[in-house]
Ligand binder design. Structure first.
Ligand code: AMP
Length: 186
């Protein structure tokens, strides 16, 4: 079975944890553009050198670069055979359109919005006390999410692909909600 998913959620919504649960359940490839970019920065590849400054400032890496990376990754054998869960992409409208174009006749099974209210993710991020989690950085990242990514959710909603899952509760509760929601779309 091939399962193609996209997951959205504010920073601090528990997307990383829930992606692991999705991978364990469906055997899909976890494609996190943030992880790919961080690996490129660490390896000091040409991409990494380009992306580093943008990432440090909390901005978004250019659409053309991101679209190229993802178009390549989803054609690798693991993603073609088992499918994937895309995490962190698409983040802008041009990225959403490029993804659908790259998929061609292969359709997405579901686009999940892991929904945790703004006040709750803000509290969670402050509690984890990471060095880059200053009040300003948190506000910037969450602001960018509303501005750039919210319209992408609306775009997928218009295509009847969007499923919103309540992200409040224990990891197990959220995971079983999420898996049921995905199963309903398959
Ligand atoms: P993340 O771990 O998903 O929050 O990504 C970390 C950083 O990588 C982001 O703050 C962006 O600078 C960059 N990034 C990751 N995915 C994308 C994307 N789809 N489009 C643009 N920039 C991205």
């Amino acid at each position: 079975m091939t399962v193609r998913l996209v997951i959205f959620g504010r920073q601090g919504a528990g997307k990383g944890t829930q992606c692991s649960n999705i991978v364990n359940t469906y055997g899909v490839a976890h494609i996190s553009t943030g992880d790919m970019l961080r690996a490129a920065v660490k390896a000091e590849t040409e991409l990494g050198l380009k992306a580093k400054a943008v990432m440090d400032s909390g901005g978004l890496v250019g659409d053309d670069i991101m679209n190229g990376i993802v178009a390549e990754r989803i054609t690798e054998p693991d993603a073609v055979e088992a499918g994937f869960v895309l995490d962190g992409y698409p983040r802008t409208q041009p990225q959403a359109e490029a993804l659908l174009a790259a998929l061609g006749d292969d359709s997405l099974d579901a686009v999940i919005n892991l929904d945790v209210p703004l006040e709750e993710v803000t509290a969670r991020m402050k509690a984890r006390g990471r060095e880059d989690d200053t009040d300003e950085a948190i506000a910037n990242r969450l602001g960018l999410y509303e501005q750039e990514t919210r319209p992408v959710l609306e775009f997928f909603d218009e295509q009847d692909l969007l499923v919103t899952v309540d992200g409040l509760g224990s990891e197990e509760e959220v995971s079983s909600r999420l898996i049921s929601a995905i199963n309903e779309q398959l």
